[in-house]
Design a protein around this ligand. Structure first.
Ligand SMILES: [Zn+2]
Ligand SMILES: [Zn+2]
Length: 196
């Protein structure tokens, strides 16, 4: 819903001011534009700041009330979706394997994991299923570990290193082939100095 301009009258001075407002889909009230969070492309959220917090708190509360296996299953589904998007090779990860490996702690830093997700926050403790080896673009099947979001984000750098290493390997191979070709095609220096 777009913004509307509303006129406000100051009860003390009777001064009139025009302010941008919008109706919140949560509380249905007309709320000042500044009471919405900013969203992408200059837009704002459809819920006012207060309703936005309540909405996500309730969502997390609902998540916490689910059995652990169901929460793990949601993570597994997300991981398998990532695999499909990346066109990874190998079978999908199954829930039993993910449950078996779950200790409630990050396998890297040993921090307690949670399934809570809060928008506009780093969510460092969020449980993430991560691939151990990304070199051959293998799926998560027998190639996964539970990480906290903080360790997973940090590991992004290592993934990048692995990718760059691979690019360097390819370039080095091309370079040595080019050098070999250059050697084969070159004319001996002596033949230029003393034409036969
Ligand atoms: Zn609201
Ligand atoms: Zn960690």
């Amino acid at each position: 819903m777009p913004f509307q301009t509303h006129l406000f009258i100051d009860p003390n001075t009777l001064a009139v001011s025009a302010r941008r407002c919008k109706r919140c889909i949560g509380c249905k009230k007309i709320v000042l534009a500044s009471n919405f969070h900013r969203a992408v492309r200059g837009k704002v959220t459809s819920r006012c700041k207060a309703c936005y917090s309540t909405y996500h708190a309730e969502k997390n509360e609902k998540m916490r009330s689910l059995p652990l296996r169901d929460r793990i299953e949601l993570s597994v589904n997300r991981a398998n979706r990532r695999s499909r998007l990346r066109k990874s090779v190998g079978p999908p990860l199954n829930v039993d394997d993910a449950v078996a490996k779950w200790t409630g702690k990050c396998s890297n830093c040993d921090h307690d994991l949670t399934f809570d997700w809060w928008p506009r926050q780093p969510n460092d403790d969020l449980a993430i299923i991560d691939r151990v080896s990304t070199r051959e673009n293998r799926s998560y099947h027998q190639n996964f570990t539970w990480l906290c979001n903080a360790c997973n984000s940090e590991k992004g750098g290592f993934d990048l290193c692995e990718q760059k290493d691979r690019e360097i390997e390819v370039l080095q191979r091309k370079l040595s082939q080019a050098r070999k070709r250059a050697r084969e095609e070159s004319i001996p220096y002596a033949s230029i100095l003393h034409p036969v």
